[in-house]
Every structure is written in structure tokens, then in C-alpha cells.
Design a protein around this ligand. Structure first.
Ligand code: AMP
Length: 214
């Protein structure tokens, strides 16, 4: 099964995509993660993308589509993919249709996570993750049971994304409304759109997504 998770920054796309990888054996294809890895590795594309990401703007369609195309050429995607953070523009959605066709893959569903903007700035600006296992935390809503120690794996190393601050989140939300939200109608037109209430708790949202995909 190949699925897109659509939603604004902070909606919980990454968290829900991780659940689906565990529960359904799908591969998480996060363009944000791929671009951050490229930036950390210091590749030319990564360095070009980093400045744009740090400002909260969208990286060019050309770069992102290239990154996705390369990732879709790896054999593990045959077990099924969750697209997390892609597509984000109409041009990317059209390119994804073409890439899937060329590579003999089918898009089965698009899950749209509906969340109010007011919640998102707070959610994103307080979040951090375990550097070892990727478990997600939040300064006020979800601290580790023992301060400084990951509940999941016991690691004491945590990290925060450079673009998770209030000012950049507002730029990312603007980009979402201008370029990405119109994709909801695009996918509604294909009959593949499922909408879930992303304001509910993490577990409840996970159950709603599984039900929508069953
Ligand atoms: P994310 O991890 O999905 O929140 O993405 C972090 C940042 O990476 C975004 O704010 C963009 O700068 C960039 N990015 C990730 N995915 C895309 C995409 N599909 N199109 C353009 N830029 C992207």
C-alpha cells in the first residue's frame, strides 16, 4: 500500500507515519528527513536546501522531486511507502503521479490531517526528539518520565530542529496554506482522500488513520 500523509507542520505527520511503519511494515519517505540528511552530509543539494529550510520556505520542486525519484528507485519501497511531507505543491503532486506510473507503483490513499493553526505554533516550537531512537517529546505536553532520559531507549541525547522556532513555524504555515492546502481538493477529486481529526490525542489519531486505511 502506498499512502500520502498531508497536513500542516506540527500536525503529527511524522509521528503517525512512524506508527504506520511499525504496524503495517511501510517505508517512511520523509522529504524533510532526506533533505536534512543531505544537509548534514554537506552535499551540494543539501547545502542549497539548508538555507531555504532554515527560513521556513519550500525547497525547489526540482530538488525535491529529484530526491524522491532517487528514493523510489531503492528496492525497499516495494513493501509500500508513506509519503510524509511530500507532495507539497501542485507541481510535486503531478510529478508524483508521473513517477509512480513510470516506476509501476500505485497510490492507494491520501490521509489529510486536519488541525487548527493556533495549536500548531505551540506544538512545533516546543518539540524535540531522542537523538538515538527518534521518539518525540514536547517541552510542556510530553516530557520524558525522567528528565533528560528517553522513555523508549534510555538515551540521554536529544535534538531539536533548527526550523522549529515560532518565527519559522509561521513562515512554514504560510507556505502550507499557499502551496500545500490546495492539494486537498486535488486528491478529493481522485476519490482517494480520507480526512482525520488531527486535534485528537496521538493514539486516537493513529486509530482513526488505521480505520481509514482498512
Ligand atoms: P518537514 O520535515 O516535512 O517539516 O520539512 C522541513 C522543511 O524541509 C520544510 O519547511 C521545507 O523547507 C523542506 N521540505 C520538506 N519537504 C519538502 C517538499 N516536499 N517541498 C519543498 N520543501 C520541502
Amino acid at each position: 500500500m502506498n499512502v500520502i500523509i498531508l497536513g500542516p507542520p506540527g500536525a503529527g505527520k511524522g509521528t503517525q507515519a512512524r506508527f504506520l511503519t511499525e504496524k503495517m511494515g511501510l517505508i517512511q519517505l520523509s522529504t524533510g528527513d532526506l533533505l536534512r540528511s543531505a544537509a548534514a552530509a554537506g552535499t551540494e543539494i543539501g547545502l542549497r536546501a539548508k538555507a531555504v529550510m532554515d527560513a521556513g520556505n519550500l525547497v525547489s520542486d526540482e530538488i525535491v522531486i529529484g530526491v524522491v525519484s532517487d528514493r523510489l528507485d531503492q528496492p525497499d519501497v516495494r513493501s509500500g511507502v508513506i509519503f510524509d511531507g511530500f507532495p507539497r505543491t501542485a507541481a510535486q503532486a503531478v510529478a508524483l503521479d508521473r513517477l509512480m506510473d513510470e516506476k509501476g507503483l500505485t497510490l492507494d490513499a491520501v490521509v489529510s490531517m486536519d488541525v487548527d493553526d493556533d495549536l500548531l505554533v505551540d506544538r512545533v516550537s516546543g518539540r524535540f526528539t531522542c537523538a538515538a531512537c527518534g521518539e518525540g517529546y514536547h517541552d510542556t505536553h510530553k516530557r520524558p518520565a525522567k528528565d533528560g532520559v528517553c522513555d523508549n531507549c534510555g538515551s540521554t541525547e536529544f535534538k531539536r530542529r533548527a526550523d522549529d522556532n515560532a518565527e519559522t513555524v509561521r513562515a512554514r504555515l504560510n507556505a502550507y496554506h499557499a502551496d500545500t492546502a490546495p492539494l486537498i481538493d486535488y486528491y478529493r477529486g481522485t476519490g482517494k482522500l480520507k480526512t482525520v481529526d488531527g486535534m485528537a490525542g496521538i493514539e486516537e489519531v493513529a486509530v482513526a488513520i488505521r480505520a481509514a486505511l482498512d
